[in-house]
Design a protein around this ligand. Sequence first.
Ligand code: SAH
Length: 215
Amino acid sequence: MNNSRAAEREEMVNQQILARGIKDPLVLQAMRTVPRHLFVPAPYSREAYQDYPLPIGDGQTISQPYIVAVMTELLSPARGDRILEIGAGSGYQAAVLAACGATVISIERIPAVAELAKKNLANAGVRNVQVLCLDGTMGYPEMAPYDGILITAGAPRIPEVLLDELADGGRLVAPVGDRNIQVLVRVTRNRDEYHTERHGAVRFVPLIGMYGWND
Ligand code: SAH
């Protein structure tokens, strides 16, 4: 994709991702490949591969690399999967999913941020990601069902409509909790049964919308 700063990505993967137990080879390869520095604002470019989130404007952030890896591993995208992401932000997470071989629909509620995601993805040469400016808490039935749904903003609860849009065998990963701290939840659909697991604590900006928090 873009080989510049590959040594920094390798170090990021070794020290932040592999060392903390991420094992999925597809995820590790994606994190080695996607040029994260093209998804952070120019003033932070030097810090692109550091172990923390960074501001992207409009009060929003690009997640810490490790959190992107954890969420991607929980979602477990396979080649050819159709994934719905809610919270496009910088577009980086969508690029990682695309690098795993998925086709991604990424929804962003803030128009300027949706434009930023589109610009970053085009600049990084990422195909297979479509960015739409909508309230993702209302789902996106046009392309359902999805093999995976990833919410990258903190939700008070998982919007019901999104569970309906999961394919049989599909996974939904989301930070669920209060406005300041959440727990990573994975819901796996098996026909009409939904199996829920809880993973570690995380801190995301709030999911705002009809079935999220109030603005
Ligand atoms: N995945 C992003 C980081 C997401 S930050 C990345 O890789 O950079 C969370 C994003 O979710 C913000 O841009 C915020 O505007 C967006 N968001 C919050 N509520 C939303 C909603 N209801 N629908 C779509 N996007 C939403």
